[in-house]
Design a protein around this ligand. Structure first.
Ligand code: 6R9
Length: 675
């Protein structure tokens, strides 16, 4: 991936922070220098945002790399930090959650009320025999009990494993078995797209294969009929709501396992990413404070992710609550009952900070500018994006149509594995470029390297790596240390020469850490531009090799999306006898674009020309198909693997993580039409 097209991503637009935001920003430019001067001392100070029952004796122990220990010897309780300490500080009446159900029912929960719910749930779990050496699976819709269940586990030191409520019985049972969960917390069902969908029935099916599960705890949400296994199944309202609300939180070791979260992955056996207590919470809290400039008591923060994904863990449950934020939490889909639902909620709750995904932004753009224009969005002051590369045109649309051309847009790069945001603008400091995540945050060291692991110069492209351990880093893959080494630490650096040998770093976590030689391979392609700013180019598996040139799918997609007739695009490399791989693009036209007959043919020719004009003739797609939808994972990432199958006329691979499986049939039909 060393060779890149010279004229890719020529983006000259710059957006400076609004002066008012800059002058009152939580974090200013000095933070970069401060962290560069002494990175561990910097993280040490950030850890002091939290309440510790016992001080740590050492910030980082890297002597058993790549297995890190942060804040060694420190002890704290996560639930105390996210709830009790705010109440103790006199903020019990502050709203923690403005919850909105999809059908329009609402709940307002203060920090004091959240504290009662968490303590009751902690007591109920303890009564069921759950303790600090156990795992609990959580399979819930987006209701406040999901956050309560997570915090209750954290409070008693039980490790939670949240499984997204859209996953099948098979996916759920696999995760329950891998984690060895003893209790499953679920609901009768939840509302999605205007209908109640069943969850308990899926748990029942999953549990036929999971003999280790002793109990289920079931929240009544929809009131639908459910199957019941006496002795095993318990209603939340009978068990939790009647439990004592007195519960003293015990502190746990900084490295106590907080949660396991399975990456959706494309392989049959998903990876259980393990996060621990002190370092994870430090990074979640610091990044939420720095990147979103949160002013507790004034701001209303809304992260639209599901708690089943890492974004929901770090930026609904842990970061915001540790910072005493007031949040909106929404159960349903953005188009139920109408396509203005998100904007209606922003107007209703006067949301000031919105954090959502490029897939949602491109969908909103496709639905039309007139929809958000019907709502008062003037409360917004900051916008965030996460999950995929954001195309410059989608970034501009977000800024202009949602942010009124006044709100900074922060494009935040990170992963389930990193625990918290790693690369992002600072909203009060950075002169943003549309489509770039810009720089690593203070305290984070990222680099772009070539095949041999050498840093590429400005203007070069390659693999994104992280050169220093960070507090929120995954500690291992649950039950599989070797896979942890192989997947993340064996591609470059020290791990390359001695994979799995248990080689000890010479340096025991002192200051000259760069010499330790362990390099984390993120699996993403990236480019460093002339100013040193970073552009994320998607998963390296998705990079195409066309006539000897490496071309990233992201760049061709961005070129297509920059055409006024295009709402969204997904690009893949299909085997080609002449060029090795050839570019095939699947493109969703904007709603009002005429694609019938000759007009459609003209548009296709124009789009091919447009890509060639933007990126150079080498990037011209061999074929462009106009489609109605694209295959996406349940967290909204485009599944290029399936499109490659279609483009190469293969039968489809595993489609179980697909959001809507009918989409692929429609696309496959298109592919077989004469063109
Ligand atoms: C937080 C989250 C991680 C992968 C990651 C990358 C992609 C996430 C991105 C981005 C470009 C961004 N990704 N944020 N790519 N720009 N701002 O999404 O975690 O579900 O584990 O996915 O998502 O490819 O490697 P996760």
């Amino acid at each position: 991936m060393t060779e890149t097209l010279e004229n890719l991503l020529h983006e000259s637009r710059r957006f400076v922070p609004p002066p008012q935001l800059a002058s009152a920003a939580n974090v200013t430019a000095g933070a970069y220098d401060e962290a560069a001067a002494d990175r561990l001392a910097f993280w040490d100070r950030q850890a002091r945002r939290l309440d510790w029952a016992q001080e740590w004796t050492r910030t980082l122990d890297w002597s058993d790399a790549p297995f890190a220990r942060w804040f060694v010897g420190g002890r704290l309780n996560v639930a105390h930090n996210c709830v009790d300490r705010h109440v103790a500080a006199g903020l019990g009446d502050r709203v923690a959650l403005f919850w909105e159900g999809e059908p329009g029912d609402t709940r307002v929960i203060t920090y004091a009320e959240l504290g009662v719910m968490v303590r009751q749930a902690a007591n109920a779990l303890t009564d069921l025999g759950v303790g600090s050496t156990d795992r609990v699976a959580i399979y819930l819709p987006m209701i406040p009990e999901a956050v309560v269940a997570m915090l209750a586990c954290a409070r008693i030191g039980a490790t939670h494993s949240v499984v997204f409520g859209g996953f099948s019985a098979e996916a759920l049972s696999g995760r329950i078995i891998d984690a060895g969960a003893k209790v499953v917390i679920t609901a009768d069902g939840g509302y999605r797209r205007g209908r109640p969908s069943g969850l308990k029935s899926i748990v029942d099916e999953a549990l036929t294969r999971c003999p280790v599960v002793e109990h289920t705890l079931v929240v009544r949400r929809t009131g639908q009929d459910v199957g019941w296994t006496a002795g095993r199944d318990l209603w939340w309202h009978d068990t939790v709501a009647t439990a004592s609300d007195l519960h003293e939180a015990q502190p746990f070791d900084a490295e106590h396992p907080l949660f396991i979260l399975y990456t959706s992955g494309t392989t049959a056996h998903p990876k259980g990413i393990l996060h621990t207590t002190g370092g994870y919470l430090t990074q979640a809290a610091y990044t939420h404070h720095a990147v979103f400039d949160l002013k507790p008591g004034t701001d209303v923060f809304w992260c639209t992710a599901d708690v089943g994904w890492v974004t929901g863990h770090s930026y609904i449950a842990y970061g915001p609550l540790a910072n005493g934020a007031t949040q909106v939490m929404y159960e349903g889909t953005p188009d139920t009952p109408h396509q203005g639902r998100f904007w209606e909620l922003i107007e209703k709750y006067r949301v000031t900070i919105l954090y959502t995904a490029p897939t949602a932004i491109r969908t909103f753009a496709k639905w039309g500018d007139d929809i958000p224009a019907q709502f008062d969005l003037t409360s917004l002051r900051l916008l965030g994006s996460v999950g995929e590369p954001i195309n410059p045109e989608a970034w501009m649309w977000y800024r202009e149509q949602i942010g009124g051309d006044r709100c900074p847009v922060v494009d935040t790069w990170w992963q389930t594995e990193t625990g918290g945001i790693m690369i992002s603008p600072l909203p009060g400091v950075t002169r943003c470029k549309p489509g770039s995540a810009m720089r690593p945050l203070p305290g984070i060291t990222a680099d772009v390297v070539d095949d041999a692991g050498a840093s590429v110069p400005a203007g070069g492209g390659g693999f994104l790596v992280l050169r220093e351990p960070w507090p929120g880093m995954l500690r291992t893959i649950w039950g599989d240390d070797q896979r942890f080494r192989d997947t993340y630490w064996s591609r470059f650096g020290t791990g390359t020469s001695a994979p799995g040998s248990g080689a000890r770093a010479a340096n025991g976590g002192g200051t000259a850490l760069a010499e330790h030689g362990w390099v984390y391979f993120a699996g993403d392609g990236a480019k460093r531009d002339e100013d040193g700013d970073l552009w994320l180019l998607g998963r390296v598996d998705d990079v195409m090799l066309v006539s000897g040139h490496n071309i990233s799918t992201t760049e061709v997609e961005s070129a297509l999306v920059s055409h006024p007739a295009v709402a969204e695009a997904a690009v893949v490399g299909a085997t080609d006898p002449i060029t090795g791989q050839a570019i095939v693009a699947f493109t969703i036209p904007l709603g009002d674009v005429d694609t019938a007959g000759e007009a459609g043919e003209k548009l296709l020719a124009e789009l091919r020309r447009h890509v060639a004009d933007t990126l150079g003739p080498i990037a011209k797609p061999r074929q462009i198909l106009l489609v109605g939808e694209l295959p996406k994972t349940r967290s909204g990432k485009i599944m290029r693997r399936l499109l490659r199958d279609v483009a190469e006329h293969r039968s489809l691979g595993d489609v179980t993580t697909l959001q809507d499986s009918t989409v692929m049939d429609l696309i496959a039909t298109k592919m077989d039409e004469p063109h």
